[in-house]
Design a protein around this ligand. Structure first.
Ligand code: FES
Length: 171
């Protein structure tokens, strides 16, 4: 090997390369392996610690649906004629409509197309879904737009001066 070539090799060599034939070489390698392993374990642990809360946030825990059979919404006079109000029935939204002639009607307020919340349009006297312009009549029938099925109804009970809604199937 020429002298010039040996100088180039020595310039590029690290401390590890220089000790390659001695005892220090093995110690250095095992120390480096151990540190790499420790770094890998620590990185994996940190990644798990950071990922777990993110996953818990993205995938909410399954909550049991509270069993609700009826909801008292207020007094008759609290509801003006020709108006609609969203209420909660358990965790689901409902829509109570007091028609222009004073009758009460209540529906599940979740659109049967893609689950948007519907609303009462007093100007057109319809139930309307703003997401894709779905239209239901005041009996909950899907009359226009993409909703494939009518809105399920709640039963409205007037007890004294109170307005109560119940599941349609309840007695
Ligand atoms: S979600 Fe109501 S029309 Fe599409």
């Amino acid at each position: 090997m020429s002298e010039q070539k040996e100088n180039i090799i020595e310039e590029n060599a690290t401390e590890e390369d220089i000790k390659i034939d001695g005892k220090n070489s093995l110690e250095g390698k095992s120390r480096r392996n151990f540190l790499n392993w420790l770094l890998g374990i620590t990185s994996s642990g940190l990644a798990l610690l950071m990922t777990y809360p993110l996953l818990r946030y993205i995938v909410p825990p399954k909550l049991r649906q509270a069993t609700v059979s009826s909801v008292e919404l207020g007094k008759i006079d609290d509801f003006k004629k020709g108006r609609g109000e969203i209420f909660k029935f358990g965790r689901k939204p409902g829509l109570l409509i007091r028609t222009k002639n004073g009758d009460f009607k209540a529906f599940h307020a979740t659109c049967t197309h893609l689950d948007c919340t519907v609303q009462y349009r007093d100007d057109l006297d319809i139930i309307w879904c703003a997401c894709h312009n779905g239209v239901f009549d005041l009996d909950g029938l899907n009359i226009s737009g993409p909703p494939p099925e009518p809105l399920p109804k709640y039963k409205v009970i007037i007890r004294g001066d109170k307005v109560i809604v119940k599941q349609e199937s309840d007695a």
